[in-house]
Design a protein around this ligand. Structure first.
Ligand SMILES: CC(C)(COP(=O)(O)OP(=O)(O)OC[C@H]1O[C@@H](n2cnc3c(N)ncnc32)[C@H](O)[C@@H]1OP(=O)(O)O)[C@@H](O)C(=O)NCCC(=O)NCCS
Length: 179
């Protein structure tokens, strides 16, 4: 399958159903950690749910609507990232990501997002990339900040988060800002 080798240890691969069991194990191990920041944990209860999600993303990829990548670190699945939505009408790619807690603190995600941004500009001719982060999600916000994104504002109560709604900070990077 197609992959991108970022350095000796970090490889990004197009997600395929074959990864589902290992990705589900990572999700399961990090369930409490991820649940602090991501709203979908209750919908992933068994490996089949992960497999179904990857299948859906593959289908959306085939239509040019999304790209889901799996991060391998030293040969093991460390997390995922991708364009949750490729909005071709407006030339904007919307990025999302998560990693297992044991893989944080190494700069893996910052490098993976940087590569994804460049792919967006080169392969889909995007004019802008957007990342939305929970206001209190300091580690997630640090990624677009490290990569030179501009903080564009806060959207109030736009994410249903279990029994509440969350505010999200929007970060944007224009293509010309990277040239
Ligand atoms: C968001 C998330 C991926 C960030 O993880 P992270 O480890 O902080 O991000 P990176 O992999 O880019 O690593 C950055 C860290 O590595 C360090 N680092 C080491 N080498 C580095 C390098 N070459 N480049 C950049 N950073 C490097 C940085 O200093 C930073 O550490 P610090 O926060 O202690 O200063 C992770 O916290 C996560 O998955 N959280 C739960 C899910 C989530 O919130 N998803 C986002 C929803 S919007």
């Amino acid at each position: 399958m197609f992959y991108r080798q970022l350095d000796r240890h970090i490889q990004l691969r197009l997600s395929v159903p074959h990864f589902a069991d290992e990705l589900f194990q990572l999700t399961e191990k990090n369930r409490d950690y991820l649940k602090r920041w991501l709203p979908w944990l209750d919908s992933i209860k068994k490996p089949e749910d992960t497999r179904h999600f990857i299948d859906l993303q593959r289908h959306r990829f085939s239509k040019g609507l999304a790209l889901h990548e799996t991060i391998f670190y030293r040969g093991r699945i460390a997390g995922v990232l991708g364009y949750n939505l490729l909005d071709h009408a407006n030339g904007i790619g919307h990025i999302g990501y998560w990693m297992g807690e044991e893989y944080t603190g190494k700069g893996i995600m910052t490098r993976a997002v940087k590569d994804l941004v460049m792919m967006g500009y080169h392969y889909w001719d995007l004019q802008k990339v957007e990342i939305r982060c929970g206001v209190e999600n300091i580690r997630s916000r640090a990624i677009p900040e490290r990569l030179g994104f501009t903080e564009e504002g806060t959207l109030r109560r736009v994410e249903k988060f279990y029994d509440q709604y969350r505010d999200l900070v929007v970060y944007g990077l224009l293509r010309e800002d990277t040239e």
